[in-house]
Design a protein around this ligand. Structure first.
Ligand code: ADE
Length: 496
């Protein structure tokens, strides 16, 4: 489509949409987002039953149709998941996660009586995993009305989505949601959120670009979970296009020093293993990007006996790799040596045509960064003769030069698409940060305090609280500085 036409369409949408949202917003939802007349705020009936067992259709709906094929369990305006009958399976997974997320469960317990989120509507776009479900149900337990979508077409656990829907959460998410990704996000905006929670900025971007006026007037604030998302946010804020305050949850120490490193390290190897079952020992494992996520992947692959090769654009990150005992080289060089490639950069086109052409026969290629832009599959297609699926999440590309290359999970984040994402134990800290930031936003709002429309840093006291609570739940104790030690470290005259 011509850029001018695209722009004209975007302008038209931006003009039309806020009106619809603002009109609905003017009419506050009664209990649980249900108007007095018995309709959901977007017109669906409150007691509608999904189409497989439909008893009552939605009263009236302005909801655009989905593009995706296949069967769904759906109550318009309330949920759309793959199969609601998976709810019991999902509930067991959620209970499993709850038992490994003691900090978040402690916060749920601590605040459920005072209902600090009562009266607020929160829309989230974040991988629908068992861990996310614990967060979502904590928001609901604290009084928020919640509406959720996934943040990647291949990261939703269908059983978990079904359990959330059955438990009363408004959710629009299913595994393999390529065509209706933004349709799902739009349905969460139907809730008219005044809080947003993102992993990768797709919700924030939609709210800002399509409903700018609404974003400015109705949204109190939001949070962003991931490195890539925070980069996008800073760019938005820098351009003067951020219309409400957003906490950079990713930048909390108790998030990125743990989730990004140990979470990504373990779940990425888990994804590669589930998709291939290859042996890591003795393989040349190329990690593109030696930031927090890349460091985690390299550490764990090294632990499994791989020889690590790092590619980098940042000298300090490259040196860290050298001092870990890894080889550092350009991707042009690494492409010839690698057996397994994993991108973790947040940058597009890390592996391109020339790299595919110089790879060994049988090379495995995957990505653990947020977007599927790091491996250029379009260029791979240009040099491919034929393609077939070997097993779930493992596609074999036979190149015109005769070599075979295996791409995992369509180049989407392999740890969530082919495995279950990071373990509950580490998501416990990340999601406690999410919750505490939303408590901050709610408290500021209720106190009439306006936070600046900026990317907000996490309070170090929050980090310390989460780390201390986590340690305590792990049964570990710490030392405390004595008064004497405290005055020693603050004494500028102390020397040899
Ligand atoms: N990102 C990485 N792992 C995750 C998980 N288990 N749940 C939600 N988001 C994630």
């Amino acid at each position: 489509m011509a850029t001018a036409t695209k722009k004209a369409m975007a302008k038209k949408a931006a003009k039309a949409a806020p009106k619809a949202v603002a009109k609905a917003a003017a009419k506050p939802a009664a209990k649980n987002g249900v108007h007095k007349n018995g309709t959901r705020t977007n017109g669906a009936t409150t007691n509608g039953v999904h189409k497989n067992g439909a008893s009552k259709p939605a009263a009236k709906t302005a909801i655009p149709p989905k593009k995706g094929k296949g069967s769904f369990s759906e109550v318009p305006g309330k949920y759309c998941v793959r199969d609601i009958s998976l709810a019991e399976e999902g509930r067991k997974l959620i209970q499993w996660a709850e038992s490994r997320m003691p900090v978040l469960m402690h916060l749920r317990d601590k605040y459920k009586k005072s209902q600090p989120l009562k009266g607020l509507r929160l829309a989230g776009s974040l991988h629908v995993t068992k861990e996310t479900a614990v967060l979502v149900e904590t928001f609901a337990a604290l009084g928020a009305e919640v509406s959720w979508s996934g943040c990647n077409p291949l990261s939703t656990s269908d059983p978990v989505a079904a359990a959330l829907a059955k438990g009363g959460i408004s959710i629009f998410a299913w595994y393999g949601n390529h065509e209706d990704f933004y349709w799902c996000i739009e349905r969460t905006i139907d809730l008219k959120p005044n809080l947003t929670l993102d992993d990768g900025c797709d919700l924030i971007n939609t709210v800002h670009e399509k409903y700018a006026d609404y974003a400015r007037k109705e949204v109190i604030g939001g949070t962003e979970e991931t490195t890539t998302g925070v980069q996008r946010l800073r760019a938005r804020a820098g351009a003067g296009r951020l219309f409400y305050p957003v906490y950079a949850v990713n930048d909390a120490i108790t998030k990125w020093d743990f989730d990004n490193v140990y979470g990504t390290g373990q779940s990425t190897l888990d994804g590669i293993l589930r998709a291939t079952s290859v042996m890591f020992a003795g393989k040349n494992f190329v990690v593109a990007g030696h930031g927090h996520c890349g460091q985690g992947v390299a550490k764990r692959a090294k632990g499994m006996g791989s020889n690590i090769i790092i590619t980098e654009v940042k000298a300090t990150s490259a040196i860290k790799g050298v001092l870990e005992g890894y080889r550092v080289m350009t991707m042009d060089e690494a492409a010839k040596e690698g057996d397994i490639f994993c991108t973790a950069t947040g940058v597009k086109d890390i592996i391109r045509k020339k790299h595919f052409l110089s790879m060994k026969d049988g090379a495995i290629v995957c990505n653990t960064g947020h977007y599927d832009a790091e491996i250029n599959l379009k260029e791979l297609a240009e040099v491919t003769k034929s393609k077939r699926t070997i097993r779930e999440n493992c596609e074999e590309y036979t190149l015109k030069n005769g070599n075979k290359i295996y791409v995992l999970a369509e180049g989407r984040l392999v740890n969530l698409a082919a495995a279950e994402g990071h373990p509950s134990e580490v998501m416990d800290m990340s999601f406690s940060n999410q919750l505490m930031c939303h408590l901050e936003l709610a408290a500021a709002y209720k106190a009439g305090k306006k936070l600046p429309n900026q990317v907000l840093d996490i309070d170090p006291a929050q980090d310390e609280f989460i780390a201390e609570t986590k340690l305590r739940t792990m049964g570990m104790a710490m030392d405390k500085l004595t008064k004497d030690q405290l005055s020693y470290i603050n004494d500028y005259n102390a020397g040899t």
